[in-house]
Design a protein around this ligand. Structure first.
Ligand code: NAD
Length: 304
């Protein structure tokens, strides 16, 4: 299938590559020269602009940082017209960015008026899941559009859930990331407490992983340096899921909680802690670097 893929960052790059390897004719696009160079080195065919990437494409997939990037891409930003103006009726759009549900609903409605079906399909599974093709997709939109997209989504992921109407995928995603943001801080706090008591973080991680504190961070994404290979903590928190992206998602969750009148006290505290971490200059590091806020800064891990 002819597919346009827009946004080749930590997630979009490996996702586009999996579609290329599955035999699709992928035309990829990103604003960043670094992302373009990495994609070209990996064998992807690059287009000069989103408008040229979508020429002849039946499916358009976007994987951008936040709502404002998605709005600029599809609705235009003053400098360039929006992509919706370039898409013929019958095109299917899958936006996998994590953005405000209201923006996803607005995009779906604007697409509907042009005969373009739009799904919000944010993902979970991290950069390792993107590379391995094992992501979980949480999809909002029309069921028949999802059935069209499903075979392609399953070439990038293992699980595809229909959460409900337009925007429902985003609602599911902020619930998941609220939980993830909180559990990463809780896991970091427990590990730092154990190390301050002279425990080996690897041994303590294994104890908690097999006990009632077991969770995804301990299974797949340990935040403590030196405990787990192949995770951001073992490469100075580079790559992965940026602190500023987690901060954005917890902000979306808080905005949404205000709208629907939900109480999210731990989500609110977690957002403040990631904000403090970002203000200290760590916004570009993987979110598991939040452990550094809770570790002794002098490196003397066991003071007694
Ligand atoms: P990233 O910052 O690594 O990549 C985003 C890319 O989009 C960048 O390369 C940027 O240049 C490009 N871009 C921005 N505006 C553009 C435009 N108008 N046209 C073309 N390219 C444009 O971000 P990421 O980590 O890949 O995350 C992407 C989305 O996925 C975010 O919404 C994030 O919250 C979500 N997400 C990330 C992870 C993760 O582990 N990194 C996991 C699940 C979901």
């Amino acid at each position: 299938m002819d597919i346009a893929f827009i946004g080749l960052g930590n997630m979009g790059g490996p996702m586009a590559l999996n579609l290329h390897r599955a035999g699709h004719a992928v035309r990829a696009c990103d604003l960043s020269p670094d992302a373009r160079a990495r994609a070209a080195d990996a064998g992807l065919v690059l287009a000069d602009s989103p408008a040229s990437a979508v020429q002849g494409a039946r499916l358009v997939i976007s994987m951008l940082p936040a709502s404002r990037h998605v709005e600029a891409l599809y609705f235009g930003d003053g400098a360039a017209p929006g992509l919706l103006d370039h898409l013929p009726a019958g095109t299917l759009v899958v936006d996998s960015s994590t953005i405000a549900a209201a923006t996803s609903r607005r995009l779906a409605e604007a697409g509907r008026q042009r005969g373009v079906a739009v799904l919000d399909a944010p993902v979970s599974g991290g950069t390792a899941g993107a590379a391995a093709g094992t992501l979980t997709f949480m999809v909002g939109g029309e069921a028949d559009a999802l059935e069209q997209a499903r075979p392609v989504l399953l070439q990038m992921g293992s699980n595809v859930f229909h959460a409900g109407a337009a925007g429902a995928g985003q609602a599911a995603k902020i619930c998941n990331n609220l939980l993830l943001g909180v559990l990463m801080i809780g896991t970091s706090e427990a590990l730092a407490l154990g190390v301050a008591n002279g425990l080996d973080p690897t041994v303590l991680s294994e104890i908690m992983r097999r006990s009632s504190g077991g969770n995804w961070a301990l299974e797949k994404y340990n935040p403590y340096p030196g405990v787990m290979d192949g995770v951001p903590a073992s490469r100075a928190y580079s790559g992965g899921f940026g602190t500023d992206l987690m901060l954005k998602d917890l902000g979306l969750a808080q905005d949404n909680a205000v709208q629907v009148g939900a109480a999210t006290p731990l989500g609110s505290l977690a957002r403040s802690l990631y904000a403090a971490h970002s203000l200290a200059g760590h916004g570009h590091l993987d979110f598991s670097s939040i452990v550094s806020l809770l570790q002794r800064a002098d490196g003397d891990d066991a003071p007694f």
